[in-house]
Design a protein around this ligand. Sequence first.
Ligand SMILES: [Fe+2]
Length: 326
Amino acid sequence: MKSNQSIINLLLASTVIYTTTQKNKSKHMLYANPNFRANPPSRSETPTSPMLTPSPNPTNVTSSEMATTINNTMNITPSTNETEMMDSETLPDRSQLLQALYAADSASNMNPTSTGPFTLPPLEYDFDALEPYIDERTLRIHHQKLHKAYVDNLNAALSRHPEFYGATLDQLLIFPDRLPSDIQTQVTNNAGGHYNHSLMWKVMDPSTKSRPTGEFAKAVSTQFGSFENLKRNLKTAGESVFGSGYAYLALNPYGRLIIVTTSNEATPVPLRTIPLLPIDMWEHAYYLKHQDRRSDYIDDYFNVINWERVGARYEAASQVLTPPPQ
Ligand SMILES: [Fe+2]
């Protein structure tokens, strides 16, 4: 237990870097940068679908079990700045995480209460609206074909157990172990693809020259030193993605900003974090315009980020998450 505790401590230390392999073989890399403390939780939840009814399945994960799973599967580059103790027993349960995810998704206009069969969400701007940073052809293919394929494949999997059409996308992400085993992988992969892209369209904006404001700006300043440092760290994370995946700005279980990378279409949700801002590092996101110049692609992407909307996600989720023990 002591060694587990020590490892968890590293999750919240400055510039922690770790990799972990989840049960679905998705790799994550995390750069944590602590200090911010969120407001106390304010919501409760009533089960409304099969996804919220805990099953007798032994893979159903509790907070402490999740922490143990993470401990047992990750490789850690030790930090020289361990700043905070983190007790696995205080990790938010998944119902609380769901409420935080709902709050964040509502704040970014994602309609999180909708259930299956799922539909491709329309863009809030034209396909050429992100020019010259994101080209029209890439955006059109990305949305109309690639994102649509994730939606179609998700619905196809759920059609084999239509009672799970009653679940929201967020529920599918948080409670994958409550899905029938024969569709678990297909649903998890495609729900991730649907979520990652749905969020990305919402945090892009053709006319934005925005910067973090309010509580989000304070958190960025406290935890990263400056907005420019945050972008620098995100860019480094994006460039480090091996193969296809994402760099993510996210909110950890204790309400602190972190940067995490995921493989394929995994989201940061299995790490009990709230996704705030994805950077799609699949070649399909940039190759037509930027070819192998990933660095230029990320620079261009930063020119179309709606940081006010990212901040709205941060503030909404922060209201729900549990602060760390005093
Ligand atoms: Fe993509």
